[in-house]
Design a protein around this ligand. Structure first.
Ligand code: ASP
Length: 441
């Protein structure tokens, strides 16, 4: 029988009601043998995430401000869950140890990690499974980078001894044994690492949405769900994927050839979205476009210079300037004598004037145009490469909707067309593109 690894996010473990659903999901399939948990998230709008409260405790201590009220709030949430689930673990002992460490200057990573640690202990007791701590198993090197091979070996060896286990997400340890966390949302990465280490048939990532939809439901009415998507397509759609799944969570599963299935704890019968190495045309239901996603608030800086293509190092120098100002260049569409750099508006902040001076000084372009308030929209689908008429349909739909396209960038993978439109046209453009491709097979 294959093994399934499950990760439950913050909303899935937010309280005892959610944890009862988690147990139902786990009990319904004996292949579900390894479970990774986040720390309790928000139970309702305006509630706090345990991880945020823990960071707050640490900040209080660092500033010599009383932390006890916040710490009590954290403890009380765990106590409440323990009482309702009727499990018996010595939480009080854990709380005093954490508090002691907190007072004695424990690191922010350690303090934050205790949310996952306590949750995993509670869930393990609730399921009557082993608790396997990821400290010492998920290993970071001295530079703070994940030591992939050592982690894989350590997890595989530890889990070989456990038929069924619950593990805390989000953290591992440094070579000196101290705790180190991933970046926020990092329990997804833990789940992916565990899935690879045990050679899982699937990595189920349980959250509060039923996977990905072809477009944002806040913009498009009732968009079709995406049942299967390739890792590459998801990367191209990173504008929409990032909030559901930590982007670094893809790599371990991908390397192990393990599909990732995004599922909804509140709707367990929904098959969700499965992310695979490759998705055949049939698996895609013959659909040409898999998803449409975008973001507002980019800035496009376009340089015009005669015979730019002959000038060696021009692009490099442009990129160096942008790098020096701390910008990420999202796209770099170019023509013979023009090049545009697309950057995130927030990162530019107040630096625009200075950046333009620098560009003028170092590159002497004939003309520079800045277009602020640009939205980028990616239309992505593996099926697009071999199909005639995709661009015609895309641009036809946009012109019919009266949307002016300011920029076009077709990735060399041929499964992605990115367009730039005014922020104000963003929603209209997404609806037009969705309308054009929802039924195209
Ligand atoms: N609890 C951590 C956070 O809030 C990690 C996670 O949930 O994945 O970021």
């Amino acid at each position: 029988m294959g093994v399934k690894v499950l990760k439950f996010g913050g909303s899935s473990v937010a309280d005892a009601i959610q944890l009862a659903k988690v147990k139902g999901i786990i009990d319904s399939d004996p292949a579900r043998r390894y479970v990774v948990v986040s720390a309790p998230g928000k139970r309702f709008d305006g509630d706090s995430k345990i991880t945020d409260l823990l960071y707050l405790c640490k900040t209080h201590v660092d500033h010599n401000v009383a932390y006890d009220q916040v710490f009590q709030a954290v403890c009380d949430r765990f106590r409440a869950v323990e009482a309702v689930l009727g499990v018996d673990i010595d939480l009080e002992k854990e709380f005093s140890e954490i508090e002691e460490n907190l007072k004695n200057g424990a690191s922010a990573d350690y303090v934050a990690s205790r949310g996952e640690y306590l949750t995993a202990m509670l869930v393990a007791a609730f399921l009557k499974w082993d608790f396997v701590d990821t400290a010492g198993l998920i290993r970071f090197d001295k530079n703070g980078r994940l030591d992939d091979n050592a982690t894989d070996e350590a997890l595989a060896a530890a889990l070989a001894k456990s038929e069924r286990a619950v593990l805390p997400g989000f953290y591992g340890s440094n070579p000196d044994g101290s705790i180190r966390t991933f970046s926020r949302g990092g329990s997804d990465i833990t789940g992916s690492l565990v899935a690879r280490a045990v050679g899982a048939e699937v990595y189920e990532n349980w959250t509060d949405v039923s996977g990905f939809l072809m477009a944002d439901p806040r913009i498009v009415d009732d968009p079709v769900p995406i049942e299967k998507i390739s890792y590459m397509e998801l990367r191209e759609l990173s504008y929409m994927g990032a909030s559901v799944l930590h982007e670094d969570a893809i790599y371990p599963a991908r390397r192990g050839g393990i599909p990732i299935n995004i599922r909804n704890t509140n709707e367990p019968d929904n098959p969700g979205t499965t992310i695979l190495a490759d998705v055949s045309a049939e698996e895609r239901g013959g659909r040409v476009v898999t998803g449409i996603a975008g973001h507002k608030d980019f800035v496009v800086i376009t340089l015009y210079k005669n015979r730019m293509n002959q000038e060696r190092g021009f692009v490099r120098r442009l990129l160096t300037i942008l790098e020096d100002y701390g910008l990420h260049v999202e796209h770099l569409p170019s023509g013979i004598d023009t090049i545009s750099a697309v950057a995130v508006k927030k990162e530019i902040g107040e630096q625009m004037e200075e950046i333009l001076d620098e560009i003028q000084r170092k590159l002497s372009p004939e003309r520079v145009e800045v277009f602020e308030d640009m939205a980028l929209i990616a239309t992505v689908g593996r099926g697009m490469a071999k199909r005639l008429g995709v661009s015609a349909r895309l641009f036809g739909a946009l012109s019919e909707a009266g949307v002016n396209v300011r920029m076009i960038d077709q990735g060399s993978s041929e499964m992605n067309i990115i367009i730039g439109v005014k922020n104000a046209d963003f929603e209209k453009a997404i609806r037009a593109i969705y309308g054009a491709f929802a039924d195209m097979r």
